[in-house]
Write a protein that binds this ligand. Structure first.
Ligand SMILES: Nc1ncnc2c1ncn2[C@@H]1O[C@H](COP(=O)(O)OP(=O)(O)OP(=O)(O)O)[C@@H](O)[C@H]1O
Length: 247
């Protein structure tokens, strides 16, 4: 079996006196696309922040492969609209990059020709692609995306996910993304991980989608996928199950 790029072992995180994540043990293998779903406030962003080392666990640990390069696309990035800043200059923060390099990563992110545009004048979709381009600068082995399609319409989101698949294909990186676009990501992911302070259930999307427990709970198609996101997490869990779970 290939060694994981990154793994967490019984990871717990406390924030503001509250346990936000507990006992999260997850392994990410090279080239996998893993999608994390879960209700608002279930610890998805905290989990990604712990993976990049921006959040210190209160217990448990994170193990990264030697020399692992991580690219991270945050959930939000506010740039003062009155601040003149070209895309190339933004990509070059904090370390200036050449025009050729800027063009190269923008091409990879599906945003060719934007290098001289003002950041404040980009559309939502273009802005997200520039954030993606920035995450690609160091040729990551692991790309982490936190609700990268927030604010995009459905065709815009679908196009963005296709771009991510292209990036994965070209760079050979693993991708871990938090998303609410379940109907899109269920199809595009190798593995779906449902989080609610801990890993509630996980598995290959088709396995999860075909599991009788899943069908009974969420049905199929878009409504089913949305139901997966909205389902109640007030039940008790049986952690011996990898795929699906009973309520
Ligand atoms: N710095 C902080 N101090 C205290 N509590 C925090 C802090 N950051 C996050 N939290 C809390 O931790 C919990 C998990 O937050 P997190 O942002 O990880 O959830 P999420 O699943 O990404 O949510 P969403 O889907 O709404 O983005 C929430 O209850 C949030 O209010």
């Amino acid at each position: 079996m290939t060694a994981p790029l990154i793994s967490t072992e019984n990871l717990s995180v406390r924030l503001g006196g509250r346990t936000v994540l507990h006992d999260v043990s997850v392994q990410i293998s090279p080239k996998e696309i893993v999608t994390i779903v879960g209700p608002n406030g279930s610890g998805k962003s905290t989990f990604l922040r712990t993976l990049i080392g921006a959040q210190v666990p209160s217990s448990g640990r994170v193990t990264r492969a030697d020399g692992l390069r991580i690219g991270y696309v945050p959930q939000k990035l506010a740039i003062d609209a009155s601040l003149p800043m070209t895309v190339q200059r933004f990509l070059g923060l904090p370390k200036r990059i050449s025009g050729a390099k800027a063009r190269d990563v923008l091409d990879s992110a599906g945003a060719p020709g934007l290098e001289n545009r003002q950041m404040s004048q980009l559309s939502g979709g273009q802005f997200q692609r520039v954030l993606l381009a920035r995450a690609l600068l160091e040729q990551p082995d692991l790309l982490l995306l936190d609700e990268a399609t927030q604010g995009l319409d459905q065709p815009g989101s679908a196009a963005f996910y296709r771009q991510i698949e292209d990036v994965r294909h070209t760079l050979g990186c693993a991708v871990v993304m938090v998303s609410h676009d379940l109907h899109v990501v269920m199809a595009a992911s190798d593995r779906v991980l449902c989080m609610n302070g801990h890993v509630c259930c996980q598995g290959a999307p088709e396995v999860v989608a075909e599991a009788p427990e899943y069908r009974a709970l969420f049905g199929s198609g878009t409504q089913g996928a949305l139901a997966l996101y909205r389902h109640q997490h007030t039940h008790s869990h049986d952690h011996s199950h990898e795929h699906g779970h009973k309520h």
